[in-house]
Design a protein around this ligand. Structure first.
Ligand code: PLP
Length: 405
């Protein structure tokens, strides 16, 4: 069991007042709050360790380099990658997907080649592929969902053809909470000779990820959704594939030698890390992963699922509530609408009661089209949320409903 009260003490922001009300922060899917340990690491990094890494002979630069590389190793261990050179620091999930689409896609995909995505993708895993379609004439195929908003696995299998070169899908939907059977999906894609990218932005914060066991070719995620800092994230890629890919950006750090005639690229992982990396962010990110490890991801997951179940039951009791995302395997996301109440109105009126939720299309407009709606109200849970907060949230929803009826 985890001691939530003790955990909450690590997050000073949770004691903030909003319009004189206690803050109830249920927007964790967008970004989580940061524990003191992570913020302290950032402060200590700038106070004690700051110097540009890799190129310096001086003491501080070496200290900063060691901390940055140790952070890479922490990430490697967290997702059980083979080698730390398979861990590429990016600005986040979005940049990691763009890196793969630009580098692998532009180099290895040709006109007519097919890429499979799903109906529940975030824009970050749709738009880069559409940009590649503009450039190269690839074909994008989309896996439909069943009426519980789970992927239709039969349809997924049927979408493969000899032209399928890539499948790219979310581990967990940021709108529906659906946990996709990614291990099986990866295996099916590999049987057809296709490479796979898993968008783990909503996976890593809630579920144990073992990239070796999954056999994922690429797995990407963001630090800020797992109690880490903003502006940094991870591209995991299998070494043999990353080795074959050309650099994504040119500049410092990614070179071995440069003359005016020719540049020899650096080895992995630096080949994909042009420019000064966020070496303070990387160490804070590692601190966040250690924080999660100390609590135990399985404890975090169990706690969040309990909150999700409790909140879902309570919400269903309210007249006119429609919940989107009714999958058998579901993570800490609760999307809903109430008949006759626009999601923005609900969001704003919840905010006035101190409840922070997200409203709108959640960067998944194509999914909204499939669901036949413009948007939802979305509550997302993290380790520090409590049943009392769920009760406040439910009472606040009821109050809004009463105002409208
Ligand atoms: N993919 C999913 C499933 C997400 O939920 C998000 C963020 O909400 C992203 C991608 C984009 O992440 P980032 O903005 O950190 O790059």
């Amino acid at each position: 069991m985890i001691d939530i009260e003790k955990i909450r003490e690590d997050f000073p922001i949770l004691s903030e007042k909003v319009y004189n009300k206690d803050l109830v922060y249920l927007d964790n899917g967008a970004t989580t709050q940061k524990p003191k340990q992570v913020v302290d690491k950032i402060v200590a990094g700038y106070y004690n360790t700051n110097a540009n890494i890799h190129r310096g002979v001086h003491f501080l630069s070496q200290r900063a380099t060691e901390a940055h590389e140790a952070a890479r190793e922490t990430v490697r261990e967290f997702i059980n990658a083979n080698e730390s050179k398979e861990i590429i620091f990016t600005r986040g999930t979005t940049e990691a997907i763009n890196l793969v689409v630009s580098s692998y896609g532009e180099h290895y995909l040709q006109a007519g080649d097919e890429v499979i995505i799903t109906e529940m993708e975030h824009h970050a895993n749709i738009v880069p592929w559409q940009m590649l379609r503009e450039k190269k004439g690839i074909v994008i195929k989309v896996v439909p969902m069943n009426d519980k908003q789970e992927l239709d696995m039969e349809a997924y299998k049927q979408l493969f053809s000899p032209k399928t070169k890539f499948a790219s899908f979310a581990h967990v939907s940021n709108v529906l909470g659906t946990i996709n059977p990614i291990k099986e999906m990866i295996q099916i894609a590999h049987e057809h000779g296709a490479k796979v990218l898993v968008d783990g932005a909503q996976g890593v914060p809630h579920l144990k990820v073992d990239v070796k066991d999954l056999d994922a070719d690429f797995y990407v995620f963001s630090a800020h959704k797992i109690y880490g800092p903003t502006g940094i994230g991870i591209l995991y890629g299998k070494e043999e594939i990353l080795d074959l890919m050309p650099p994504y950006q040119g500049g410092g750090e990614m070179i071995a030698t440069v003359t005016f005639d020719k540049t020899v690229y650096n080895e992995l992982p630096y080949k994909f890390e042009a420019g000064t990396p966020d070496y303070i962010g990387s160490t804070a990110f590692a601190e966040a992963l250690n924080y999660v490890k100390t609590i135990g991801l399985e404890n975090i997951e169990a706690h969040e699922v309990e909150l999700l179940k409790y909140a879902t039951e309570k919400l269903k009791e309210i007249d006119g509530v429609v919940i989107y995302g009714n999958a058998e395997h579901k993570s800490a996301v609760l999307s809903f609408n109430v008949e006759g109440i626009h999601h923005y109105d609900m969001g704003m009126l919840l905010d006035k009661q101190g409840i922070a939720v997200r409203t709108g299309h959640h960067c998944a407009q194509p999914l909204m089209e499939v669901l036949g709606i413009e948007g939802t109200v979305r509550a997302t849970f993290a380790v520090y949320n409590t049943k009392e907060e769920v009760d406040k949230f439910i009472e606040a929803v009821k109050k809004v409903v009463t105002m409208f009826r």
